[in-house]
Design a protein around this ligand. Sequence first.
Ligand code: ADP
Ligand code: MG
Length: 227
Amino acid sequence: MIELHQLTKRYGNKLAVDGLSFQVPQGVVTGFLGPNGAGKSTTMRMILDLDRPTSGRVSIDGKGYGQLSEPLKKIGALLEAKAVHPGRSAYDHLLWLAQSNRIPRSRVDEVLALVGLTPVAKKRAKGFSLGMGQRLGIASALLGDPEILMFDEPVNGLDPEGILWIRNLMKGLASEGRTVFVSSHLMSEMALTADHLVVIGKGRLLADLSMAEFIKQNARSAARIRT
Ligand code: ADP
Ligand code: MG
């Protein structure tokens, strides 16, 4: 479980994340919804220790990311920025990640097959389309077979087929009992994938509830028809 407690990040005089406290429950897809600039990516970077909180704290099963002995086996993440060396093949990229986390080489072939990149595994990443890059990022996230997965705006820029693939993947991962935390600025996307919803605006928590409750609160049960 991911737990945030009064998590705050200030960049100069800009408050990007403002006293966020919530928990990401196990075994379901939790949508992290908010408009662009709301602080979603900053929050996710702090969960991974890529950015230091100004105040407050965040833990993964009670520990900071830096205290996890084999982090890729606990939490896998796809962040917005592409972190693949353009001259390296998909296979080699995954191999160095695996070797630096004591993950067997056979797992590289497994995740390549899982995301459908086996046919292009030996091609350099610089020739990859956005969708293929996204699949490679997801393969890296899955490499350590982690209990927790975190995806930052995974469907951005993808074609309908890619979007559908990611939706089904996330649901499948949650149905295996994994924790899935996924951000989006689109409510329509979250409504199709998330079981639980955390909504933020200007760095602050606006709502933390199940999707069923959210829909109940925001849907009208009657329609007015004028002729
Ligand atoms: P989101 O992912 O929800 O679109 P971000 O977390 O990227 O939002 O950004 C939240 C706010 O923090 C924005 O106003 C953004 O401009 C600002 N911000 C994010 N990263 C930095 C940074 N490295 N330096 C300065 N400001 C930043
Ligand atoms: Mg973002």
